[in-house]
Structure formats: C-alpha cells, structure tokens
Ligand binder design. Structure first.
Ligand code: NIG
Ligand code: FE
Length: 439
C-alpha cells in the first residue's frame, strides 16, 4: 500500500492558504467537526496529500479519485489534533563538542561576543569540529535529528559554519547531504562560511574584511560548484561582520545562484534588517533571523518589502535570547502589527540554543513575545516553509502538498505550547510514511 488514512482526528490545523502576516498570522485554518462526534481525516497517496476534512467527505473524495478505501494503511489519531509536520528553518546542526563551560563564564559576567573574542564560543566549536571525524559528526547529528523528530519536526534547515575553511565547509555540506539522503527528516543545507572570523585570521589587519574576501573569492565558488547548498547565510552583527561585508557576500551568493538569509540584529541594531529589506527589493532575500535588537527603521524596512510583495520572513529565535539570559526578545507583536510575516525556529547550536524542540520555542514565544499559540503554529509551519522557499510543497495540509503530518495527543492548537517543555507528539508522518509512533 502506498496510501495512508489518518482517521479519528478531533481537529485539523491545515494552515492552508499561503504565507501568514498581520492579522492573518492568527488563523491556523482549523477544521473541526461540523456536527457533534464527527471525526476528521487526512488521506495521502505516495508522498502527497489527497484530501482532508470530515471523514465522510474524505472517503467520498478518495473514491471519486479512483482509490479503493481498503488500499489505505490506517493511522488512528484517537481524537487528537493533526497539524502539518513542523519546519525548523534555522539550525546549526552539524558540530562536535558541547559548551556547558560557558555557563560559568556567563555567570561571571562575560558576554557572548567577549567569550568569542577570547577564542571561545563559536571558535571553540570550530576547533572541535575541525578535529572530528566524519563518522563522529554524522553520529552526533543523527542523534539530534531523532530528538527533533520526536518533537514533531519533519524538515530542518542546517547551516555549515563550524569549519571556516574551503575544504572544511565543503565537508560539512557533504555530510548534510548524506543525512538528508538517509532520512526520514528532510534537510535544507545552508552555507555559512561567514559565521565567525577564524582564529588564523585574527591577527591580520582588517581581519573581518580579509576573511570575507576569502569567503567570496574561494569558499563561495567552491560551494556553488559542489551544488549542495541552497542558501548562504552570514552573522551580520557589530563586531562580527558589518552590513557592508555582509552585503558583499550575500550579493555574490545570489549571483552564484544561492538563496540568501542572514543573522540580523541579534545583540545590537547593526543594520541587518535594513540590509535584508534592501536585498529583498533588489532580487530577493528569504529571511532575517534573530532581530532581538532590531531598530525602528529595520521594522519599517521589513514592513515596506512585505507590503511591496517581496517579503522577508522575520525568523525569531527566542530560545537563544532566553538561553543567553539577555532578557531582551524580538518585538514579535510590533513586527506582526507592521505586517511582517513571522517564523520561529530553534537556532539549535551548542553555544546559544541546545534545544531540539519547536514546541518549547512556541511556549517561549507565547510567554515572552506575546504571540498566540495559533500565530506560533503558523510560524513553525507555513511561514517557516516560505522562509525556506518551499511554501509550494511544505507547511500546510492541502491536496497536492507533501504528506508531512504530526498527530498530537492533545485536542487543540493552544495545548501544544501549553504543556511546557514536553513533547505531546503521538505520531509523525513524513512523505506519506509513518516514521514515528503508532503505525
Ligand atoms: O545564531 N549568532 C551566531 N550564531 C549562532 C550561535 C552559534 C554558536 O554560538 O555556536 C546563533 O546564535
Ligand atoms: Fe543561528
């Protein structure tokens, strides 16, 4: 059988009808029973969704399409909610080592960039990653992917950026492609050679500019030639790569055929959001991520390009702000009210966000960013799909879309972030196959 019938659902949050912004971000397009006791269903064939809605209607539709009802494997949702598979659109998946030693440094008052300037932080992960074997890196990433899947994630964006040499970055992208081929999670590779200025450049004059020139002239052509990466990202931040250096790299990346996105205004307003909007207007920019310190002008610039039909998805990473103990969160309400589409992601990495789960990120977003659960769900499904340029295939439950589903053991969208710190995932379906939970 290559058909699957998810039946017995109490409700389906379809997230149908495209990118969410403004008041529209609140609408999870939930389909519930039209009469008491009615059950909902989703029918899939191969890797695609055939039909969704009240069970009777889905049955009729499936027959109309010429499928025999008994050629479907069945998955009982037991009254739970069904949503699209969650999409984690910002992670640093492949690395070696851990950074719990930074607890103590931070408790003693050291800042994130200070630790990095002293050769720790990102640079300590770079040293561990360079020294690790392929097998070790793969084993670590496989373990993380399994934990993400257990939290309902079916698609993960994964950045390179812990090698910072041409060979090393190509290796990380190659390993990413291997993990994607293994499945069941789908992985979207991003090249992030400009994640930090590596130790061997630090003594040079104009270290950041000199390193970015190497990234543009050597790493980027090699990455484009390798043909694995779909995006290029940069850590645009005062003291790391400024807006001019970031622009130089991202424009070159776009010319080389990659999509572009950036770490913007994480710690200070550094012109990152403004740069993202400028790049959106001049040929496209998929997302501006973090934005905890975005300026007024940055919000206005993102609102402007959203209005003009070339939206940048504001991808907020509140687990990072929380884990860094910064007590300063992205202004989600102001962004949503300005009409900017908002996504949420884990930013999974060993330094600032060692979490696997989007449900806990949704909880932090509801608690600290004053987002509603429905806004947060749209932010980890349909809007995250658009942030990855995959909105035509992923992020919603609609006929023709890829059959990526989560069955929850809770009845409502609100209960996903409500059970703080726990995963209420009952089953996960990826490309029409039950990959987790009861089959
Ligand atoms: O998004 N800010 C830069 N990069 C990551 C952190 C990476 C690390 O600390 O290892 C982030 O927070
Ligand atoms: Fe990040």
């Amino acid at each position: 059988v290559s058909g699957l019938l998810v039946h017995g659902a109490g409700a389906i949050a379809t997230l149908a009808d495209g990118l969410r912004r403004g008041a529209g971000q609140r609408d999870a397009a939930v389909v519930g029973p039209t009469e008491p006791g009615e059950e909902l269903a989703v029918a899939t064939w191969d890797d695609r969704i055939l039909a969704t809605g009240p069970a009777g209607e889905v049955g009729r539709r499936v027959e109309e399409l010429g499928f025999a009802p008994d050629s479907f494997e069945r998955l009982d949702a037991r009254g739970g909610l069904v949503t699209p598979g969650l999409i984690d659109s910002h992670t640093h998946l492949i690395y070696a080592g851990t950074r719990e030693a930074e607890w103590r440094l931070r408790a003693e008052g050291a800042g994130y960039l200070e630790i990095m300037a002293a050769g720790g932080g990102i640079l300590s992960t770079v040293a561990a990653t360079r020294a690790a074997t392929d097998e070790d890196l793969l084993a670590g990433a496989r373990d993380r992917l399994a934990r993400m899947l257990a939290c309902g994630t079916t698609t993960v964006e994964a950045k390179s950026g812990y090698a910072l040499t041409t060979e090393g970055e190509l290796r990380l992208l190659e390993l990413t492609a291997r993990l994607d081929a293994e499945g069941p999670l789908e992985i979207v590779p991003t090249f992030m050679g400009a994640h930090a200025v590596p130790a061997e450049y630090r003594a040079r004059k104009d270290a950041a500019a000199t390193y970015v020139a190497q990234v543009v002239e050597e790493q980027l052509p090699a990455v484009a030639g390798q043909g694995i990466a779909r995006f290029c990202d940069v850590f645009c931040e005062a003291g790391v790569f400024d807006a001019d250096a970031s622009r130089r790299l991202l424009v070159a990346a776009r010319e080389a055929g990659l999509g572009i996105r950036l770490h913007a205004d994480e710690l200070d307003a550094s012109g990152g959001a403004e740069l993202a909007a400028e790049l959106a207007a001049s040929g496209g920019c998929h997302s501006a991520d973090h934005l905890a310190a975005v300026s007024e002008a940055g919000i206005a610039a993102l609102a402007g390009v959203a209005e003009a039909g070339t939206p940048v998805v504001a991808t907020l990473l509140p687990a990072t702000s929380w884990f860094l103990g910064r007590h300063r969160f992205a202004p989600a309400r102001r962004l949503i009210e300005a009409g900017v589409p908002v996504a949420l992601a884990t930013d999974h990495n060993p330094g600032t966000s060692p979490t696997f789960g989007l449900p806990v990120v949704m909880s932090i977003a509801c608690l600290e960013l004053a987002m509603t659960p429905a806004e947060a769900l749209a932010a980890v499904t349909v809007n995250a799909a658009h942030a990855l340029g995959l909105g035509d295939r992923l992020g919603s439950i609609e006929p023709g879309k890829q059959a990526d589903l989560v069955v929850w053991d809770v009845p409502s969208v609100d209960q996903i972030p409500y059970w703080l710190g726990s995963s209420r995932v009952a089953s996960v379906v990826k490309r029409g196959r039950v990959v987790l939970g009861r089959a």
